[in-house]
Ligand binder design. Structure first.
Ligand SMILES: [Zn+2]
Length: 57
């Protein structure tokens, strides 16, 4: 059984509805900005800087 993905937004506990990416960098890792894969719920998919790639079933 596949586990439902959760929204990657800090403090959010919703199930992810969209798969996409944000433009930024991981603290302490690559200092250059790049596209990072993230999952988002319905409301956070509308956040600025979130690019939707696919809708999760
Ligand atoms: Zn969310």
């Amino acid at each position: 059984m596949k586990e439902p993905l959760k929204c990657d937004r800090i403090g959010c506990n919703q199930d992810a509805v969209y798969q996409g990416h944000i433009y930024g960098h991981v603290k302490g890792e690559d200092p250059k900005d790049s596209f990072l894969p993230v999952n988002a719920c319905e409301s956070h998919s509308k956040s600025t800087g979130f690019y939707i790639e696919a809708k999760l079933k």
